[in-house]
Design a protein around this ligand. Sequence first.
Ligand code: XLS
Ligand code: NI
Ligand code: NI
Length: 437
Amino acid sequence: MSEAFSGISKINYEGPTSKNPLAFKHYNATEVIDGKTMEDHLRFSVAYWHTFRNGGADQFGSATRLMPWDDGTESVANAINRARVAFEFFEKLGVKYYCFHDRDVAPEGATLAESNANLDAVVKVLKEEQERTGVKLLWGTACLFANPRFMHGAATSCNADVFAFGGAQVAKAMEVTNELGGEGYVFWGGREGYKTLLNTDMGRELDHLAKFLHMAVDYKKQIGFEGQFYIEPKPKEPTKHQYDSDAAACYAFLQKYGLADDLKLNIEANHATLPGHTFAHELEFSAANGLLGSIDANRGDLLLGWDTDQFPTDLYDCVYAMLTVLNMGGFTTGGLNFDSHVARESFEPVDLFYAHIGGMDAFARGLKIASAIKNDGILSDFIAKRYSSWDSGIGADIEAGKVGLKELSTYMLDKGEATPNDSGRVEMLENMINDYI
Ligand code: XLS
Ligand code: NI
Ligand code: NI
């Protein structure tokens, strides 16, 4: 097969002084940071749906990028050709992982049986390409939102047959993820939510969503799939209200339905800001509860109210994200998946390279800066000191459960007043972060 990106060779690390836009300035895969290579820390992944299926269409106009290798048809032959091109891209870029939805990689057929056969035909090629290149599947997922049958949702559809169809599709997507050695499987709500309460039985829909996930957990055991399950929170878009609106809502749901041991979270930067949080908050909440599994690395636009899925270039975001990841001991099954697409006006194949190089360099800097901040202990020392009243005396007694309100009353009546004795030093800390950046 001739090369699709013929003018572009393997992207190399050239260091911070390089002016070559097709080189890494900061991401040096083999460089060791805190005992681990950058490649192993960051575990970058390409999102098949954006990089190979997103043509840049929006509500006001059709696609702007039909890539030269794509014949524009929904044929299996075109899907197979595209898969080969994708692996040329992964190799040249030097990423070790990719992620896909079933319908990104293979066309949907007229029946479920036909769709499954199409998927099998493409998965055979993905497997060959994985073996040829050593690139692995970070996670797989099923598209339960694009086909009109899912207009009311899949697991939360008012129609039981649609629920059944979604279940059958997930079973197949899990099977192929397993066959490809996928390290995880993602459940993003798609249309699992509602537009209006006037037609919605919310309690019943939530029960159905839990049933669906329990069936998936059971099926995982039946087929011997050992990858990690993740839920990906998002508060809106496409439905007005989505049940998995943020990390806290997901955690409450998982606990209520006895699923907390079976699913972790896949936190997406843009999905964190949509419900009014920061990316860092969603990551830290997840990590604090042992739920942080993987990350969809992208960036939103705070002036726009939707999921713009831009490539991550904001250094603060990358530093704070990597601080949380380093503090939790790094990724195990997860990684940094670029759930990002190039702008509608960036329509040439080379733009796919620029976009990923920028995201990888931004996170490489995030890693290096976060590691320096962590090793110097500037934040951890400050925080430890800020909470030091809990290390002895009444604080330690409270934490150990040795005292109740009666003892607190005796203690405080004797002491008379409670006086916090240290400033929060907000500006000093912000300035210190800037010193590292
Ligand atoms: C959409 C989601 C989606 C998931 C995978 O907003 O980010 O792309 O990551 O279904
Ligand atoms: Ni995502
Ligand atoms: Ni998104």
